[in-house]
Design a protein around this ligand. Structure first.
Ligand code: TYM
Length: 331
């Protein structure tokens, strides 16, 4: 494949329901910048099994998420979309990278610490080694940029270190990737507890996150219950995490400046703020939900796009893996 624009790669796990944090922190940026890059997007199902999953549900959710990414605006004419497990070079390259990554680097990963604390009875080696699979995803495509939310920054730094180490020890092979993290949306917090990142693993808590498939009345109800504070002033003040989070979400959808938003809400109460935020979110997500409801029934179309995506991704993946493997002396 001829590369004329810088290449972006990013991925998302098919666990739980894709939520507003995933959308504003990652997927919306993928969609909005499709014309500027050569784009490769991946549903990273092999990452999902680092935590125990119900196989039937995982299988179904993988396709559902592909449909949702298309509904969000990933355009198959402009972007390659595929499922990670269909290209075995991801796990093969992960092994090569595992063999050059110090244990100490992996044990510093905050996501490993968080996830293993949440699930102390189910800590498997895959979870520990997860960042090497993520490095493989990125390096396999010689990606220049990786658009993600802030929580993935540390993993991309590890991928950079790994790329540099490989290039130093075995000769120039990988592109050293840069994270692309947009300021607004980089870290959307839970509506119930704005000190914690909105996450799929807390989706059992009813008012924690907004799923992209939530009905309008559910979205309104969740925002009404969002945690704020007792100060009653609507301003972008990071110390007041609940109000800041609501304003941040509002800004992501309206694209207005902080000053304009503060002026708009001057003198109004939190009730009005929650109502307006819910309104822009409902309107912003409406076309996505409607498109998803159609796409989810167009199985042939979905499979065709995924097959084409896989073919395109495979061409790059096999070439890079062969190059890396041979440089390490593997026959
Ligand atoms: P995942 O599936 O947890 O999340 C997908 C994307 O959503 C972003 N995100 C958020 N952004 C803002 N606020 C939040 N509350 C929030 N929660 C999640 C994540 O930063 C991510 O960009 N390890 C990755 C998937 C992955 C990947 C890759 C990403 C695997 N291989 C290669 C980039 C490149 C993950 O678990 O994302």
């Amino acid at each position: 494949m001829q590369q004329s624009k810088p290449r972006v790669f990013s991925g998302i796990q098919p666990t739980g329901n894709i939520h507003l944090g995933n959308y504003l922190g990652a997927v919306k940026n993928w969609v909005d910048s499709q014309d500027s890059y050569e784009n490769i997007f991946c549903v990273v199902n092999s990452h999902a099994i680092t935590i125990p999953q119900d196989p039937k549900i995982l299988h179904q959710k993988t396709y559902d998420l592909c449909a949702m990414l298309l509904a969000c605006g990933i355009n198959p004419q402009k972007s390659t979309l595929f499922i990670q497990s269909t290209i075995q070079e991801h796990t093969s390259l992960a092994w090569l990278l595992t063999c050059i990554t110090p244990m100490g680097d992996l044990s510093r990963m905050t996501q490993f610490k968080d996830k293993s604390q949440k699930n102390p009875k189910n800590i498997f080696a895959g979870l520990f080694n997860y960042p090497n699979l993520m490095s493989a995803d990125i390096l396999l495509y010689k990606s220049n940029f990786v658009p993600v939310g802030e929580d993935q920054k540390q993993h991309i730094e590890l991928a950079r270190d790994t790329a540099m180490r490989f290039n130093r020890d075995f000769g120039e092979t990988f592109v050293v990737p840069e994270p692309l993290i947009l300021k607004e949306g980089a870290r959307i917090m839970g509506l119930d507890d704005p000190s914690k990142k909105m996450s799929k693993s807390s989706s059992d808590k009813p008012n924690h996150s907004i799923a992209l498939i939530d009905a309008p009345e559910v979205i309104v109800k969740k925002f009404k219950k969002a945690t704020t504070d007792s100060e009653g002033i609507i301003a972008f003040d990071k110390k007041r995490a609940g109000v800041y989070n609501l304003l941040n979400i509002y800004q992501c959808f309206t694209k207005e400046s902080q000053e304009a938003i503060e002026a708009e809400f001057f003198g109004l109460g939190y009730g009005k703020l929650k109502e307006r935020v819910a309104e822009v979110v409902v309107e912003g997500l409406r076309p996505i939900r409607e498109s998803y409801e159609k796409l989810i029934n167009q199985k042939d179309y979905l499979h065709k796009i995924l097959e084409e995506g896989e073919k395109c991704a495979r061409e790059i993946a096999t070439a890079t893996y062969k190059e890396a493997k041979e440089k390490m002396g593997l026959v």
